[in-house]
Design a protein around this ligand. Sequence first.
Ligand code: ZN
Length: 248
Amino acid sequence: MRIVTAFGAVRGSLVATAKRHSRVIGSTVAVSTVAPEIVLTFDDGPAPPVTEQLSAVLAGAGATATFFVLMTRVPAHVPVLQELVTQGHEVALHGVDHRRITGRPYRELTEEFRRSKGDLEDITGVAVRWFRPPYGAQGPRAWLAARRSGLEPVMWNRSTRDSAHVDDAERFRAATAGARAGDILLAHDGFASLQDGVDDGPEPHLDRSDLLARVLGEYQSLGLAGRSMSDALLQGTPVRRAWFSAAL
Ligand SMILES: [Zn+2]
């Protein structure tokens, strides 16, 4: 009996340690909130004219979003980023390009993150808080480099599956089924390609504006408003967990 109790105590303390650890080394995967809000994120842009079209859909729904941008695309579209911020959206860092960063040296990543964060802040005039690694793939080095650069890794817990070759019904289902306040939705305004250092095959055919409009309509019927990360955190707190890729 004492053994069982002791084991239970050890296991309990391990769980508590893991939870503490997760808070310290974790990446944000959701928001704990009492507000009926869902976080909207768009990766792989800026990608005119889709970025502006999505911004118009967001405006129509009274929603804000966070755009994780690729530095390969930023110089050609500075006014697009500035307009996003003017519209109440948030600009965050997705990478200097779209190549995987797992396995990259810490020092190199830190330099890239700091330079990119500074460049985006010069363009937008607003502090850049969030980072999302390409493919959501990060090891402890990349995680640490982001944190040391003043960035917090933000992942997701639901997706529109808009970079996959699936049918529209599946995209809508993935984005909306069981949607809850504090979820973080992954969507894309662009599609990473050779200009971003990767070849991920042909871009799926879809009307991103139409998909977003229907998803936001469904959220509205569930009583959920779309919000950027920073807007959602006005009333919520980050839910973090350790999120590391197998290839460190
Ligand atoms: Zn991406």
